[in-house]
Write a protein that binds this ligand. Structure first.
Ligand code: MN
Length: 227
């Protein structure tokens, strides 16, 4: 049997130090996972249950360029640690959650903030603000077998050489094992799933021509030009 239309390509991410690729199945993103960012967005930073939204696998973008998106005049950077799963399941205990991690990467959760604000006000879903073309620039995946599981380390983002975001992985409200465990209570996780773990304070707009440089301790820089 053949497909009646050409089968879509499987989105895939580069892996540091090899020519191999990581095939992507789903992309989950957590909201408000650093207290200082929750406060800047007008929310109480107390440890309330986490909430998640999704981007599309083909929104991941390893090109080094971020095309300024349509239908917005306020697109924001959010630097985030990305977690790539090699296996999954349901009801995963926190204690064994890291066994499912293939590796980690530096990523950006680009957000049409004006559309997100309108959606929040109207009680509507966030897809138009979050899950658009090229909206998740991402660097190479570094296997956990090489780097271990980062639980602390500086997280910064600069625009045109000026630092805008500054945090540390040790400030994550919900830690990576907790996120995996919590998600697995609601969804069946599987190999190929990617989780964006939330952004520290200092989010803000970019314009065409800007160069964003994201840095998480232990990773190569993620350099992305807005085009
Ligand atoms: Mn985010």
């Amino acid at each position: 049997m053949a497909f009646v239309i050409p089968a879509p390509k499987t989105p895939a991410l580069p892996i540091k130090g090899t020519d191999d690729l990581f095939p992507v199945r789903r992309v989950y993103c957590i909201g408000r996972n650093y207290a200082a960012h929750a406060i800047e967005m007008g929310h109480d930073p107390d440890k309330e249950p986490p909430f998640f939204f999704q981007k599309n696998p083909d929104n991941l973008n390893s090109s080094g360029e971020f095309p300024y998106p349509a239908q917005t005049s306020d697109v924001h950077h959010e630097i985030e640690l990305a977690v790539a799963l090699k296996s999954g399941g349901t009801n995963i205990p926190v204690a064994s959650a890291l066994d499912h991690v293939h590796g980690y990467a530096v990523s950006l959760d680009m957000t049409r903030r004006d559309l997100q604000a309108a959606a929040k006000k109207a009680g509507r879903p966030w897809e138009v603000a979050k899950a658009f073309e090229h909206s998740a620039p991402i660097g190479e995946i570094v296997p956990a077998a090489e780097m271990g599981h980062p639980a602390s380390g500086k997280v910064t983002l600069s625009v045109n050489g000026v630092q805008k975001q500054d945090g540390d992985l040790n400030q994550l409200i919900w830690k990576v094992p907790e996120m995996i465990s919590y998600l697995s209570d609601y969804f069946e996780l599987a190999a190929g799933d990617v989780i964006l773990t939330g952004t520290p304070a200092g989010v803000g707009p970019v314009e065409k021509g800007d160069v964003m440089v994201g840095e998480i301790e232990g990773f190569d820089l993620l350099r992305v030009k807005v085009v």
